[in-house]
Design a protein around this ligand. Structure first.
Ligand code: NDP
Ligand code: A1CAB
Length: 287
């Protein structure tokens, strides 16, 4: 037995965390093994929500590191969870911190996925010794292709930091940044898939506009994005270097790029991330 981890709010993102931890490969040393919970308890608001999670876990088969998963629906269960991951919507967080106060009081580490809620705001509702971490991730994490940014309260010890890194890397990748970057991470990482999907949809519609059938346009647009991002990752090159490899002097690519620049595509994306950052900072204030 290692410890119990509770996932309070097991919807889209809570399920991504559950899947990442439950399906992580077998820990290769006793030290790593100790970082995985032997028991996970998920808590939903509704019985139907808990049933969905139960079905999901059944579909996974057995876990390399986790012995048991219990899927519950509120009210507050009586369990001694060392780590609580809270993944309700930001506007639900205040009520949840109050109604599950015993669960939070017993935990030594609370990890919040909520956009806009600062570490300090959460710590004010908890015992002083509890460490609080914030994670910002995204929907591709449901499939292990996510990105995550993590920040910790000053009282988080190195074991807690290492454990979080070990668990959350399985979302896809996990990078530690200071909390001041969290609202920007909410825009870049959290909202990022929606921005990329807008690009994908636009490219697909460009193909359709120029006569390529819908399904082929969809598959080709998706593959161009996937292939390009894999190439950028494999080479580690700056995007502008790879972009210029596509541009034949006097050719059609530079012509298309100039038209996009005339329409403000790049500044539209930069300004979109700026605006999403501004709104993210407000989410913890809307209670
Ligand atoms: N969706 C996204 O792309 C991203 C979301 N986030 C953040 O992740 C967090 C979760 O978002 P998301 O997963 O989309 O939200 P969902 O609505 O999918 O999930 C919220 C979950 O919270 C549960 N819940 C609500 N109230 C209670 C309660 N009183 N007791 C127990 N469980 C409760 C709900 O249960 P039930 O199922 O029974 O209704 C639901 O499963 C948010 O704070 C958001 O800011 C961050 C990055 C990306
Ligand atoms: O738009 C939202 O509020 C959430 C936070 C990040 C992604 N989706």
């Amino acid at each position: 037995m290692t410890y119990t981890l509770a996932i309070l709010g097991c919807g889209t993102m809570g399920q991504a965390v559950l899947s990442a931890i439950y399906n992580a490969p077998k820990a290769d040393s006793p030290e790593k093994e100790a970082q995985y919970p032997s028991k996970i308890v998920t808590i939903n608001n509704s019985a139907s929500g808990a049933e969905k999670v139960q079905k999901l876990v059944k579909g996974y088969g057995s876990s390399p590191n986790v012995s048991t998963v219990s899927c519950l629906a509120g009210p507050q269960p009586d369990l001694d969870a060392q780590v609580v991951v809270v993944a309700t919507k930001p506007y639900q967080l205040e009520a949840v911190l109050k109604s599950y106060s015993k669960l939070f009081e017993q935990a030594s580490q609370v990890i919040s996925l909520a956009a806009g809620w600062t570490i300090e705001q959460i710590q004010l509702q908890l015992p002083k010794s509890t460490s609080v971490s914030r994670v910002m991730t995204n929907t591709p994490a449901k499939y292990g292709w996510g990105s995550a940014v993590i920040s910790h309260s000053p009282n988080t010890n190195s074991d807690q930091k290492e454990r979080s890194q070990e668990l959350f890397q399985h979302l896809g990748m996990c990078v530690e940044l200071p909390e001041r970057n969290m609202d920007a991470a909410t825009a870049l990482v959290g909202s990022g898939p929606a921005f990329v999907l807008l690009m994908m949809e636009s490219m697909m519609e460009g193909g359709i506009k120029m006569g390529i059938p819908l399904e082929e346009s969809r598959r080709l647009a998706a593959n161009v994005l996937e292939g390009t991002s894999k190439m950028a990752a494999a080479t580690g090159a700056h995007p502008s270097v790879l972009k210029h490899q596509v541009c034949t002097p006097g050719g059609n690519t530079i012509a298309g790029l100039c038209t996009m620049e005339d329409r403000g595509v790049k500044s539209g994306i930069v300004r979109g991330i700026e605006e999403a950052t501004r709104v993210a900072a407000q989410l913890g204030k809307k209670k």
